[in-house]
Design a binder for this molecule. Structure first.
Ligand SMILES: [Zn+2]
Ligand SMILES: [Zn+2]
Length: 317
């Protein structure tokens, strides 16, 4: 591959990135930064099963598991949006990913990770029945650079009435594509990427994991269900397990690189022609003057090289 930079455009959006091989953020530049567990924090952690406020629990998995839960959904006690605030209407929840304080999502088993995704699905279904909520973002911050503030591994759900601008742009681009071709743009894109294989990190019968052509972040990975579905609430148990397998192999590799990351899953209740995707966006590039000023993002890790990296380590997982 050429070592010269190239501007690439997103599959669907008028969003451009500069893929710039040879700049910083190579694997060797990352130190392993798995946070050290602070025992004083661990013994007073209110996400651990013994200290959790069960009055604040919304849902447990397995159901009715009392203090033996594997995943717990609780109300966010510091929400930015609330159902009774017309000025900022929405709902925020926290999902405690594991009962074990010291574990990250890269450490849990595939079945345990599938149960975290099952909780994303359950909360998506429950919130989609609460009008006027229309947008449901399930997300996770891992590592200080990605905004994580508490040691105990947790995800969050952020649901609002309004759709963020970027999501509105994506939906209208998807609808234009469908009007023109009769197809879902992501179904077509997945088929092309699987066929070309250059950016295909892993696949099984249900799921394809790709490094997107215009990756905005080094080692960015998108985990798609192959069957067209609009949100994670529609995924079968088998599909959730495949999604967990794909997600796990990415998170284990990012842990070896010591990279912070965000996991994001955007869902719009009123839009039936979305193709849901789990995006893993590692935070290896600091957005500076070019990004803030021009909106053009510089990424030093070409997705084709990220694919080679992930694939070469598959046998270690
Ligand atoms: Zn804890
Ligand atoms: Zn589709």
């Amino acid at each position: 591959m050429s070592k010269r930079s190239a501007i690439r455009r997103d599959y669907l959006l008028a969003q451009e990135v500069i893929i710039s091989p040879g700049r910083a953020a190579r694997p060797k530049n990352h130190k392993a930064t798995k946070p050290k567990i602070d025992q004083r924090v661990a013994t007073s952690c209110f996400f651990c099963p013994e200290k959790l406020d069960y009055n604040n629990v919304i849902e447990l998995l397995p159901p009715n598991s009392a203090k033996k839960w594997q995943v717990a959904a609780i109300n966010n006690i510091y929400p930015a949006v609330e159902m009774d605030n017309q000025q900022a209407l929405g709902k925020q929840e926290v999902i405690i990913d594991t009962p074990r304080h010291e574990q990250s999502l890269a450490d849990v088993t595939i079945d345990e990770l599938a149960m975290v995704l099952k909780m994303y699905a359950q909360r998506t279904i429950a919130l989609s029945k609460q009008p006027p909520l229309d947008y449901i973002l399930c997300f996770k911050n891992y590592g200080h650079d990605a905004g994580a503030s508490l040691e105990h591994s947790h995800s969050q759900v952020f649901a609002t009435k309004i759709l963020p601008l970027a999501i509105r742009a994506e939906l209208s681009a998807a609808r234009r594509y469908r009007r023109r071709t009769g197809h879902c743009p992501y179904c077509d894109m997945i088929a092309k990427e699987v066929m070309a294989a250059e950016r295909l990190i892993w696949q099984d019968h249900n799921v394809a994991v790709i490094a997107p052509y215009a990756s905005r972040f080094p080692y960015e990975a998108w985990i798609f269900p192959k069957r067209h579905q609009d949100n994670i609430g529609q995924a079968s148990q088998v599909e959730l397990r495949s999604l967990a397998s794909g997600l796990s192999l990415i998170l284990k590799q990012l842990q070896t690189l010591g990279m912070a990351y965000n996991i994001c899953l955007h869902q719009v209740i009123s839009a039936t022609d979305q193709h849901f995707v789990i995006k893993v966006q590692p935070r290896g590039n600091i957005w500076a003057g070019v990004e803030i000023g021009s909106g053009l993002i510089v990424n030093s890790m070409p997705p084709e090289e990220a694919t080679v990296f992930y694939r070469s380590n598959l046998s270690n997982i």
